[in-house]
Design a protein around this ligand. Structure first.
Ligand SMILES: [Ca+2]
Length: 389
């Protein structure tokens, strides 16, 4: 204990000269053994917070983490902190009993006060999940790698860079209440039972960027999407760009969203967005049912320059819909242009849509355009190829 105090003092002194570094092994963390390292890493983060910020360093090796008694993040990253390792050799891993209980959340913001100016990088997070798929009541679906969520305090300016997160029975990474300015860049995901990257929000949440991320081949059955926005609650300005997704992108409830340049094996689905641009993506059906791209209740929608390829199971390429008894917003102010769409039945299907312009698409389908409950459709598809039902 004396040693730890001395080291903390040393770190405090050195922080006045340059950003202090807090190596978790100097706080008692031991790599590659059975001993639990939770307290040691907590102490390193606490010392960094008390110093006003700095770098908490995780050297190569496997360090074991366990849940405490609460549902809060196990490791709380204080403001002005870089939490970093050396890459995939720096492993933070849940104890095996994570498989038997819920609410293990590895890294997040302090419950008291939130956080800001945080970088999490060059780490390998392992949730130790051995459940092969989601089974209600059995799979601990709230065990996550990153979990940034705070009901009372703001979480601002968080960058996650080059993190490999795998084997989580819930989400690999999750951002929700009170998050602002979130960047997830060049991260790799594998074996999530729920979502790869889950984004939600609350009033005031804004400015999320997910780019350069991918999921590797899974040896469990993911129940969710590679990238997912749900319970957005007023979230504004989300960019999902240049990711490689083996599962779908599902994104709803956002005002101001760009889904651009992604390669998706699965679907692109979104409901109740406004001001949504979906462009330059390559979307190939993963064999699910329904349309390959399916966008509902959206005002202000541009779908441009995508390559959309359906399988036998996806009779429709792009489906724009709205105006139901649950939500009277039609798909409104829509431009569908310059896409290449291949589908067994309909390339483009409108159902509950208003003010739609369809131009310059290359369509390979039994019927290029199906219109139902649609008004104000301007299309360059010859009349004899369009159908109204
Ligand atoms: Ca250890």
């Amino acid at each position: 204990m004396k040693l730890i105090v001395l080291l903390m003092l040393f770190c405090n002194v050195s922080s006045s000269l340059n950003a202090a570094e807090f190596n978790i092994t100097r706080f008692g963390a031991t790599p590659d053994d059975e001993s639990d390292d939770t307290t040691a890493i907590e102490d390193a983060l606490t010392a960094c917070g008390q110093a006003g910020g700095g770098t908490v360093f995780v050297p190569s090796g496997t360090f074991i983490l366990s849940r405490r008694n609460s549902e809060t993040p196990i490791l709380e990253v204080p403001p002005n902190t870089t939490f970093r390792g050396e890459g995939t050799s720096s492993i933070l891993k849940f104890a095996a009993r994570a498989n038997e209980s819920n609410f293990w959340r590895m890294i997040g913001a302090p419950v008291a006060g939130g956080t800001k100016n945080v970088v999490i990088r060059d780490l390998h997070l392992d949730g130790s999940n051995t459940h092969p798929k989601y089974v209600k009541g059995e799979t601990p679906e709230h065990n996550a790698g990153l979990w940034f969520y705070n009901k009372k305090h703001v979480i601002e300016n968080v960058t996650v860079l080059n993190v490999f997160a795998e084997n989580f029975s819930g989400d690999c990474m999750a951002f929700s209440y009170n998050c602002r300015g979130i960047t997830v860049r060049d991260c790799t995901l594998r074996n999530f039972i729920r979502q790869g990257i889950q984004m939600g929000g609350s009033p005031g949440s804004r400015d999320y960027l997910v780019t350069g991320c991918r999921d590797l081949e899974h040896s469990v059955r993911p129940g969710g999407s590679t990238i997912h926005v749900e319970h957005a609650r007023g979230l504004k300005n989300v960019i999902i760009e240049n990711n490689q997704c083996r599962k779908s992108i599902l994104a709803g409830g956002v005002d101001g969203m760009i889904i651009r340049g992604n390669t998706v094996t699965g679907k692109v689905v979104g409901n109740s967005n406004s001001n949504l641009l979906i462009c330059d993506n390559i979307i190939r059906s993963g064999g699910q049912s329904g349309a390959v791209m399916q966008i509902g209740y959206t005002k202000g929608l541009i779908i441009r320059g995508n390559i959309v390829t359906g399988a036998e199971s996806n009779p429709t390429g792009i489906y724009v819909w709205g105006n139901s008894r649950y939500n009277d917003q039609p798909g409104e102010d829509v431009i569908i242009s310059d896409n290449q769409i291949t589908a067994t039945e309909h390339a483009i299907s409108l159902n509950g849509a208003k003010s739609v312009r369809i131009i310059g698409n290359v369509l390979k389908a039994a019927r290029p355009l199906l219109e139902r409950r649609a008004e104000g459709v301007v299309s360059d598809i010859p009349n004899e190829d369009a159908a109204t039902e």
